[in-house]
Design a binder for this molecule. Structure first.
Ligand code: PEP
Ligand code: MN
Length: 364
């Protein structure tokens, strides 16, 4: 039986040097959209085209994928552009269909890799088939479950297996759609040193503006490549429209990517990323608290307007500065820092209350 040490690289470095870029729409929607996106991506140098044919959606009645007809469009993409194609499979039927239409690489989605029954079914279907498979991380941050999926495929004889890091579902509020938890993919790489590791900044981000930064972080952690969702008309995409980028935008991102040689050791890099992730969370919490605080200020503004009270009450401001500075000092924050922050907050409150005072809204 094959073990994780028998794994072969998914990509040949001569044909697909690092960084390997897999791009294409979240979903195949129409033949025109699939072909137009493919030609635009081919023109910017992309060699591997992705498109979801069957979409695992959280709620029914959302667009659940175009189904097998879309595979004939992917075949056309391959014929017309020479790009390799890849799609998501989640069960035996998907695997049969994808193989029938000559899809080059299969990927397994995050909801499927979390399900050992589904992983076993896919592995059993792939017995004796030589095709590369990319396994996305399961939705929950369970490294054993992720590796378990790889082992099921290996036991079925599949030896070109890579992983896609797409982030993990989160219950708490986060800037990202799926929290990266960079330490998990790095731990996979520690345990399986020759595994092909691809980042999926699109599904981590959930918003196109975070893709650049997440892509750079993945490259700095020595990922082999990236899978990025790209659509010829993202605003009108049938799924994941906020995170898709046009091929032109993708080119801009890829041109800006810096390929650094490893400086920090893997362990140092993980530690750094973990700390940065914590900072991201706290910054997000700060913004949410500022928002809550400003809403209360607005309520006070309305109250002052109703009762004809002046906005600025000097005694209240003195009290705030003194009290906050003392608390800050007791926590080791400098007086200058605390004063600056509270002056800015106070000024913003005054600005908002002034707007409320001067608005024409009738106060009952
Ligand atoms: C996708 O790649 O479009 C997809 C459904 O991703 P995930 O399995 O990561 O949610
Ligand atoms: Mn998607």
């Amino acid at each position: 039986m094959k073990t994780i040490l028998d794994l072969k690289p998914v990509f040949n470095p001569d044909e697909n040097p690092r960084p390997v870029i897999i791009a294409g729409p979240c979903s195949a929607e129409t033949e025109e959209q699939v072909m137009e996106t493919a030609h635009q991506l081919k023109n910017i140098g992309i060699k591997i085209y992705r498109a979801g044919i069957w979409k695992p959606r959280t709620r029914p009645n959302a667009f659940e994928g175009i189904g097998s007809i879309g595979l004939s469009w992917l075949k056309r993409v391959k014929e017309e552009t020479g790009m390799l194609t890849t799609t998501e499979v989640a069960n035996m039927k998907h695997v049969y269909e994808a193989l029938k239409f000559g899809v080059d690489i299969l990927w397994i989605g995050a909801r499927t890799s979390a399900n050992p029954f589904a992983m076993q079914e896919i592995a059993d279907t792939l017995k004796g088939v030589d095709i590369p498979v990319l396994v996305k991380n399961p939705v929950n941050p369970d490294i054993e479950l992720w590796i378990g999926g790889i082992e099921r495929l290996l036991a079925a004889g599949v030896d070109r297996i890579g992983v896609i890091h797409r982030g993990f579902n989160t219950y708490s509020k986060s800037v990202y759609r799926n929290d990266p938890h960079w330490q998990l993919p790095i731990e996979i790489r520690r345990r399986i040193p020759n595994i092909t590791l691809i980042g999926d900044p699109s599904h981590m981000a959930g918003k196109r503006e975070f893709i650049m930064d997440l892509s750079q972080r993945a490259m700095d952690l020595q990922y082999d490549g990236l899978m990025i969702e790209s659509h010829c008309d993202p605003e009108n995409a049938w799924s994941d429209k906020d995170q898709q980028v046009t091929p032109e935008h993708l080119k801009y991102i890829l041109d800006k990517l810096i390929l650094r040689q490893p400086k920090a050791s893997d362990q140092q890099a993980i530690t750094l990323e973990e700390m940065r992730e914590e900072i991201d969370k706290y910054d997000q919490e700060l913004l949410e608290i500022f928002d809550k605080r400003m809403r209360i200020s607005d309520q006070i503004g309305t109250f002052k307007k109703q009762n004809n009270i002046t906005i600025l009450q000097t005694s209240r401001w003195d009290e705030i500065v003194t009290q906050r500075t003392n608390t800050g000092l007791s926590k080791g924050l400098s007086e200058e820092f605390v004063t600056k922050i509270f002056s800015a907050i106070h000024q913003e409150s005054i600005n908002r209350q002034t707007r409320i005072m001067n608005s024409d809204d009738k106060v009952n």
